[in-house]
Design a protein around this ligand. Structure first.
Ligand SMILES: [Ca+2]
Ligand SMILES: [Ca+2]
Length: 72
């Protein structure tokens, strides 16, 4: 049961990630993030960069995105 829920949640997050990744290169950049969340304040973006960009390459992979979303 728990496994099913996790799979479902993963699929959900993947869809969300893909909708933000507008050029479909498998990474969400700050620009794509801003385009998708125009109301996100600068501090919000900076916070995301700091917290979520684990390998510090300046963009979010699906893995980083899932890790971030799975925290809450
Ligand atoms: Ca992209
Ligand atoms: Ca990264």
């Amino acid at each position: 049961m728990a496994e099913e829920l996790t799979q479902e949640r993963l699929a959900d997050l993947k869809r969300q990630f893909e909708s933000i990744d507008s050029d479909g290169d498998g990474y969400v950049t700050e620009e794509e993030l801003r385009a998708h969340f125009p109301d996100l304040p600068d501090e919000g973006v900076a916070e995301l960069d700091r917290v979520a960009d684990v390998d510090a390459d300046g963009r979010f992979s699906l893995e980083e995105f899932i890790r971030l979303s799975g925290r809450s």
